[in-house]
Design a protein around this ligand. Sequence first.
Ligand code: FES
Length: 478
Amino acid sequence: MTRDLRIREHHALAFDRGREVTIFVDGKPVRAYENEPVAVALFAAGRTVLARSLRFHRPRGAFCLAGACASCAMEVDGVPGVRTCRTYPKGGMTVVSRGGFPKVTNDFLFASDFLLRKGFNYHHLLTRPRFLNRLLVGVVRRMATEGKLPPTPAGPPPVLTHRACDVAVVGAGPAGVAAALAAAEGGRSVVLIDEEPAVGGRLRFEVEAVELPGVAGAAPGREFAANMPGLLAAAKVEVLARATAAGRYADGVLLVVREGESIALRPGALVVCAGAMDQNVPFAGNDLPRVMSARAVRRLTNVHGLCPAVATLIVGTDADALSLALRLPEIGVRVVGIVEPGTRIMGPRAMATEAQRRGVPLFLSYRIARALGRFHLTGARLEPVAGGEPITLRCDLIAVAGRNAPAYQLLDQAGCDLRLDPARGGFVAELDEDGRTNVPGVLAAGEVTGATDLGEIVRQGRAAGLAASDWIGSPSNR
Ligand code: FES
């Protein structure tokens, strides 16, 4: 156990890492802490290649650290395909990387990335005769699995409990917390479900001052997030943390899964505040490890207290990107540039001005053309959008602030009408002004609607919580 990127003394932030434990990654001991996911512990240890891609054996590493991209999947305690950014370490846990020969960090099959780049398209390979196609499909299916399920599940099977509540809220970010508090005002029983270990969502890594509707004064988002458990407890909202709303089934039953337990929850109304999924932007090499979403980098620095790089390029100019440009240098990370293909800043202008004043170069009307490095990230090539001389910058981390896509899946499963709205980032549900969908008793609020403004997100959450409470209050809906 040698490398450790954790910050021990931060000038402004404190980090609650929990108890230290040792996990075993590909047979080697790695220092981990109970409150930081396995993928973060690996990043802290300098281990960023977690798997290899099926086709060209390109290295894969964590991108979103929010459970949405699956690029951090590894085998954990014998179970393949586990999202390690959503898995918390326990002493003695075994983690195995998949897809490399002889190992993911030194993979001979990576040669296929050069040799077969143009000539291997398995979609068109051996489609005839039929028996050969069946044979090939069988082989490809076997290759596509990331390991084998153990013959018998480890430990006792999860306990299934049946419960009911008035309102279930999925997602404990700013919208979800506002919805839960509003629904609880009328004395409704409210259950708030989130995959994170703590409530607050994006506010948990927000170190900039923000304002929330109905709250006097501005404060760092982290402080608002820290106050939320007390508010929820006072309102008697039950919080199910580290729990996944795995699906909505017949009669509106919501299956909630958490360690050792499955809950068949029957809510009178469901408010979906599932947030948004971090998206990459298109450029060559954007799949390299250490190309990460800006929010993932903020999570690493502000929640888990890691110094993630020596030099970082930031792609995009929204508030997440600009906050990184200001905060990374405070922990000793050089920001080699902020790239924006448009002609104007997307986030707060004052933050961009301050970043420039501190010496961070701003490349307006430039786009990132390529991430450099075959085995690991070494830099990036930028090109002027209007054509001209490219620029090469050296960096060991690229933070991408792309347009996030609404996490619409639970709404889709509930049968809500969806439409594709590129301006809102993807598929969004058709909603009325209070967040009601076309499915009775199912509502939505927050980033899942495509909203990005924090004030709007909180307003939506409150409106949906009140509407859910009203729905329950109607005698015909009991
Ligand atoms: S799902 Fe784990 S990094 Fe995206």
